[in-house]
Design a protein around this ligand. Structure first.
Ligand code: 13P
Ligand code: SF4
Length: 357
């Protein structure tokens, strides 16, 4: 029964003590968040994983690419556990390493690889982070994309120069950050489609681009539309629209505030009682914000947008099962990255951790 599972979960958590550390991403279910030692956006969770060298088990309640990054940033003694191995990310699945290597060959053929630096969003496989590290680039998250892009352009002649960034795999975060924070024009942002020869781009288009955006997106955030923003503004005058930068450009351009999950939480904490907020992100988080701020009016930017189905796979039964397995001497659902990829991916992750701010 639900009550039994809560009791089993609490007992297992207590029995594990300091051997385990539980990290919970903000899109996790309430029942999982209740057991997390730390909650955060993907940047904060990467830092927290690296800051717990004494915990033998890092139970990562999030998705696969986050657990891989935690494995890369922790010592060999530590084991990173993903309570349900089916918790992937559809965006991360939109770029595989063979496709990215082929794209790089296209840039070499166009004569622009030397002036191009890769930047990969955290939401990518370890192999793509390793590719990024091998080519001198950096990882970024939605909370440091602007600093990461400025740093990257500095490596290839500055934002005002002619150098380029190959941005993987979320076209929206790349475009939104370049256009709205760095002042790069939308015409200078091109989309590389891995399913078309030469990415569907002419050599001329590649040469003129400043941002070469991978054709990936988040299936949850991709559903918000400009119409949602217009409708909520018409319905609730004075509403503040706050969105995650994985939303489409027209949604972000029409929003009042834009930022990571942690940024959205802090904005709501600082909000005036009685104020109206429309939030463009995943439903578990918006619902929790509505519960935590009964004195503020929290609205969904689009009430038909649903949970991130893969984040949602981690539930109390899976987390409890993982903890009980550990107590029984097993190592359930361990996430490991092979040493060669780990070395280069670590270099790209360390570069991100060393960015200012
Ligand atoms: P944050 O880094 O903002 O938590 O985002 C992670 C994510 O997967 C958003 O879809
Ligand atoms: Fe991936 Fe989107 Fe889910 Fe984030 S919300 S984990 S980007 S599918």
């Amino acid at each position: 029964s639900p009550r039994d599972i809560v009791e089993r979960a609490r007992a297992a958590r207590a029995a594990l003590g300091e051997r385990a550390f539980i990290l919970g991403h903000h899109y996790q279910r309430d029942e999982v968040i209740a057991l997390a030692d730390v909650t955060g956006d993907s940047f904060k969770l990467a830092r927290e994983a690296a800051a717990r060298p004494e915990a033998e088990f890092i139970l990562f309640c999030g998705v696969h690419f986050m657990a891989e990054s935690a494995d890369i940033l922790t010592s060999d003694f530590q084991k990173v556990i993903l309570p349900d191995l089916a918790a992937g990310c559809s965006m991360a699945d939109m770029a595989n390493i063979e496709q990215v290597e082929a794209a790089w060959d296209d840039l070499i053929a166009a004569g622009i690889a030397e002036d191009t630096i890769p930047v990969t969003y955290m939401n990518s496989t370890a192999a793509i982070k390793a590719f990024t590290g091998r080519h001198g680039g950096t990882v970024c998250t939605s909370s440091n994309a602007e600093v990461a892009l400025r740093w990257a352009f500095d490596q290839v002649g500055g934002v005002e120069g002619r150098g380029k960034v190959l941005f993987l795999p979320d076209q929206h975060l790349g475009r939104n950050t370049a256009a709205l924070r760095l002042g790069i024009s939308l015409d200078e942002c091109v989309v590389y489609n891995p399913y078309r020869p030469n990415g569907g781009l002419t050599p001329e288009e590649l040469k003129n681009a400043r941002m070469i955006l991978w054709r990936g997106h988040c299936s949850v955030h991709g559903r918000f539309s400009l119409r949602n923003v217009e409708e909520i503004r018409a319905k609730i005058p004075g509403v503040t629209v706050i969105s995650h930068p994985e939303c489409k450009h027209e949604v972000i351009a029409a929003s009042d505030m834009v930022g990571s999950t942690e940024y959205i939480i802090k904005a709501l904490e600082a909000a005036e009682p009685g104020s109206d907020w429309a939030i463009g992100t995943e439903l578990n988080l918006v619902r929790r914000l509505a519960q935590e701020h009964p004195d503020k009016n929290v609205h969904y930017l689009d009430s038909t947008v649903c949970f991130c189905s893969t984040m949602n796979r981690i539930d109390l039964p899976h987390l409890t099962w993982a903890m009980e397995q550990i107590l029984a001497g097993e190592v359930p659902n361990q996430i490991t990255v092979d040493e060669d990829d780990a070395r280069w991916a670590r270099s790209a992750l360390d570069q991100m951790l060393a960015l200012p701010g």
